[in-house]
Design a protein around this ligand. Structure first.
Ligand SMILES: Nc1ncnc2c1ncn2[C@@H]1O[C@H](COP(=O)(O)OP(=O)(O)OP(=O)(O)O)[C@@H](O)[C@H]1O
Length: 191
């Protein structure tokens, strides 16, 4: 099955505020899009709506294929070492550790996950997302806390995912470098 992600005339309300309305886009296999916009415009809310974690106020979402979401929440068990946490999910995902190595996590295996730095935690979250094998990636501020080399790694990870026919939706106010990536500024849809 070919993945597909499309939203049509989407509107989002948080509390009693309508954040955005009239948002439409469609992503086919191999395509990526960045959702940009100032703080509070609803980028995270949009990703949660697309993931099915938050109801849309209006509009339609078409999603074909499994979804993996990376956001600010801890990717691994805080009470175990990073290696134990990664191994736990690897058994469930039936994945190899190739993403762990690529993201430099093998060197952190003995360190409790709770001790990892912001960037190291983000690397773990990216490895977890890549390990799930889901064709649709939703990335909420994926570059937060990453050093220059890790930014390039994260961008390469997404580029490889798309080159293999995956879809990526990246919410970030930071530049995300990816050839052919479309971009929408959510501020243009403020209600
Ligand atoms: N449960 C909630 N109830 C009411 N308002 C909420 C709730 N959750 C978030 N909001 C508000 O919705 C708005 C959009 O939040 P969201 O996190 O989606 O924005 P964002 O564009 O991702 O922001 P940032 O760039 O700061 O991460 C914010 O003003 C936020 O305070």
């Amino acid at each position: 099955m070919q993945p597909r992600l499309a939203v049509q005339n989407l509107a989002c309300r948080r509390g009693d505020r309508l954040l955005f309305a009239g948002l439409s886009f469609a992503l086919a296999p191999g395509e990526a899009m960045q959702i940009a916009g100032p703080n509070g415009t609803g980028k995270s809310s949009l990703l949660r709506i697309v993931a099915g974690l938050l109801p849309a106020f209006d509009g339609m979402i078409e999603r074909e294929g499994a979804v993996a979401l990376v956001d600010e929440r801890p990717a691994l068990d805080e009470h175990r070492t990073t290696g134990e946490g990664l191994a736990f999910w690897r058994r469930i995902d039936a994945e190899s550790d190739r993403h762990d190595t690529r993201l430099g996590l093998d060197r952190l295996a003995d360190i409790p996950f709770a001790y990892l730095s912001t960037g190291q935690r983000k690397r773990a979250a990216l490895a977890r997302m890549a390990g799930q094998g889901a064709p649709i990636w939703l990335l909420d501020e994926p570059l937060n806390g990453l050093d220059t080399a890790a930014v390039r790694l994260a961008e390469a990870l997404v580029a490889d995912h798309c080159a293999a026919g995956g879809i990526a939706l990246v919410a970030s106010h930071q530049p995300f470098t990816l050839a052919g990536m479309a971009r929408i500024d959510l501020a243009g849809f403020a209600a």
